[in-house]
Design a protein around this ligand. Structure first.
Ligand code: PRX
Length: 630
């Protein structure tokens, strides 16, 4: 069937379409209703059905192919490589599930996972969904304040963590940050399960902290069956940044997510059981959830979990893994490709990449030079796909299994089946149907299976944030600008809100501003995303000091800049550190006191700041221009 027909059916004959896709997973109890949209914008998928994510990802494959590779863990940080078959993975997950039960975790409880890229992180995620507990993975690059706010929002019964991660050969200790976060948080988890890798000191708090190895020994032979849960039972929450400083807990269901992932593995990512999938993301991000852990395993594929840099020991390391494990589908981000290109463009040629069907890239705009370079070097299709933490799987892509690869550079492709994607006028809410008109990328409800159910414990925020920003209509806003050409291909032009995208990591400028403002000498600060050749965007901060004399000389300014960066490192993590903190005497604002972010960003990028008739003090932008150009 041509893709156009496949797509059309997904919208016009929705229930029959998704009933077919639902056959890709195992159901303990069949569903009675495909989609309940009686209370928009809350969609309930596969109502009445019961299933389990871990059963679909692990047990059903362990039953038929126990010796097939399931999890291939490679750390170029500690020079380790471990392979778990589906049978071994199930045994480890059952042990972990037994430990969580032992620690008092019950159906619907939250377990916060703050871990480096080690197999135990995947065991913990799978163990949670096995027993119907919700995991909340916090990216290991986040520091104590970020972690504390997520602890308070998720209120976990147990936290699973490790002594340390490692990056570029440098140990990154976790335990100290975790202890500090628990101290900062109002909610105190009853217990903490610590994996000791022997990389950093791991002081244990008696009565609270448990050693993973010791507890594992105790539960070595325990069997923990999957708990069958309703399709609508939440499987996890994952925090993401938005316009306000407070991160949102994206809440996902069970049945819809399993079906969406199984379907995407077949129709988008071209995965077959017994093959190997390699996603270079981190389990702390949505790509890691959907396409390191759940998607490939649900499809019966082996998944590679990689700890390390793409350039260590050399720029050929990823391609050596593709050759060694005969990777058929690979998933990465444009930033990683740009890094590789800069390092050693010939690295690709040294390995046999004939197993690879396609390289999928997502998370940030794929620029033409990067796309051309990697496509030429690989000689394989490069498939850009566009989506969000909120959706959990692609909104725009080439659905290649159905339609021959026909990509246009710079475009993540067409609307993926199930998504009724529209471009809307930001002011009138009117649909823009002509070719090449710029509008807000929006999705008509119901969102397809697999997308967020709500904001964790905050239905009102879900409605207000996502479904109320376009005048005159209740439609889901992606907060991205886009255009669609005459062939139906979309082009994404950046965010409409204050979210920035640094090396594929989604960050809220407000969170960074709040952190910088906590420095005792900062009176006011503005953070904007500025285009960067390598990282796509970097965060740039402009601060007004309480006492400007503190930055009177260039040496003083540099010292203060370093101090402020340390504050951000300590509170949010180095991932959120601005590339520069510059000092000004006034920020560009309107007469009503609204910060002129777009003008500030334009000046930083050397563009025309546009209409400035409302600016309070024109010298504000002049100062910034001089700093940026000087
Ligand atoms: O602005 C879009 C950008 O990343 C945002 C979502 O980031 P996150 O929630 O971390 O999810 C990433 C999942 C891949 C989007 O709102 N973005 C994502 N993919 C693309 C993209 N921008 C352009 N092209 C893409 N392929």
């Amino acid at each position: 069937m041509a893709y156009a027909d496949f797509y059309r059916r997904s919208i016009t004959d929705r229930d029959a379409f998704w009933t077919e896709q639902a056959a890709l997973i195992d159901w303990h109890k069949p569903f009675e209703q495909v989609c309940d949209y009686s209370n928009p914008p809350f969609a309930r998928w596969f109502v009445g059905g019961q299933t389990n994510l871990c059963h679909n990802a692990v047990d059903r494959h362990a039953a038929t192919h126990p010796d097939r590779n399931a999890l291939i863990w490679v750390s170029t940080e500690t020079s380790e490589e471990k392979i778990y078959s589906f049978g071994q993975l199930q045994a480890e997950v059952e042990r972990m599930a037994a430990m969580l039960l032992d620690m008092g975790v019950k159906l619907g409880d939250r377990v916060l996972i703050y871990m480096p890229m080690i197999p135990e992180a995947a065991f913990a995620m799978l163990a949670c969904v096995r027993i119907g507990a919700l995991h909340s993975v916090v990216f290991g690059g986040f520091a104590s304040h970020s972690l504390a706010s997520r602890i308070d929002d998720a209120e976990p019964v147990v936290i699973v963590s490790a002594d340390a991660g490692s990056r570029g050969g440098k140990v990154v200790p976790y335990k100290g940050l975790l202890d500090e976060a628990i101290q900062l948080a109002a909610h105190k988890p009853a217990q903490v399960l610590m994996v000791n890798r022997g990389l950093a000191p791991m002081p244990m708090t008696p009565g609270r902290d448990q050693d993973y190895a010791a507890l594992r020994d105790k539960h070595l032979n325990d069997r923990v069956p999957c708990t069958w849960v309703d399709a609508t039972h939440p499987s996890y929450t994952l925090y993401t940044s938005g316009t306000t400083g407070k991160p949102k807990g994206v809440q996902r269901d069970t049945g819809g997510y399993a079906v969406a992932l199984a379907s995407s593995m077949k129709n988008i990512f071209l995965g077959q059981p017994g093959e190997t999938y390699f996603s270079t993301s981190d389990i702390g991000w949505v790509v890691g959830h959907s396409y390191i852990v759940y998607g490939p395993l649900i499809a019966g594929m082996a998944t590679i979990m990689y700890e390390g840099l793409p350039t260590r020991p050399d720029a050929a390391v990823w391609w050596s893994l593709v050759e060694k494990y005969k990777v058929t589908s690979m998933f990465s981000a444009p930033t990683a490709v740009r890094v590789l290109k800069k390092q050693d463009p010939a690295a690709l040629k040294r390995h046999d990449l004939s197993s690879l069907r396609a390289l999928f890239l997502a998370g940030e705009p794929l620029d033409e030079p990067t796309a051309s370079w990697i496509s030429e070097a690989l000689g394989r299709p490069i498939i850009d796909n566009y989506w969000q933490t909120e959706t959990g799987w692609p909104i725009l892509s080439l659905c290649n299994g159905i339609e021959p690869a026909n990509s246009k550079f710079g475009s993540p492709g067409k609307a993926v089946y199930g998504y009724d994607v529209k471009l809307l006028d930001e002011n009138t809410g009117e649909e823009l149907t002509g070719a090449n008109q710029k509008g807000v990328v929006a999705i008509e409800g119901p969102l397809p299976p697999g997308c967020m159910q709500t904001v964790w414990r905050d239905d009102a925020r879900f409605v207000k944030t996502y479904w109320s920003s376009i005048p005159g209509r209740q439609v889901y806003s992606t907060f991205d600008w886009g255009i669609r050409d005459e062939d139906g291909y979309f082009f994404i032009l950046g965010r409409t809100d204050d979210v920035i995208n640094v090396a594929g990591h989604r960050l809220g400028t407000r969170e960074i501003e709040e952190s910088i403002s906590s420095h005792p000498n900062v009176a006011e600060v503005a953070v904007v995303g500025v285009a960067d050749n390598l990282k796509g965007q970097v965060a740039m901060a402009f601060a007004v000091l309480k006492d400007p004399s503190l930055a009177a000389t260039p040496a003083d300014a540099l010292k203060l800049e370093g101090e402020i960066m340390k504050v951000v490192d300590g509170q949010l993590g180095a991932v959120a550190r601005p590339s520069r903190v510059r000092f000004v005497t006034v920020l560009p604002k309107t007469r009503s006191g609204k910060l002129l972010r777009r003008a500030l960003q334009a000046v930083c990028e050397g563009r025309d700041p546009g209409d400035l008739t409302t600016i309070e003090d024109p010298t504000a932008l002049q100062q910034i221009k001089e700093l940026v150009n000087g």
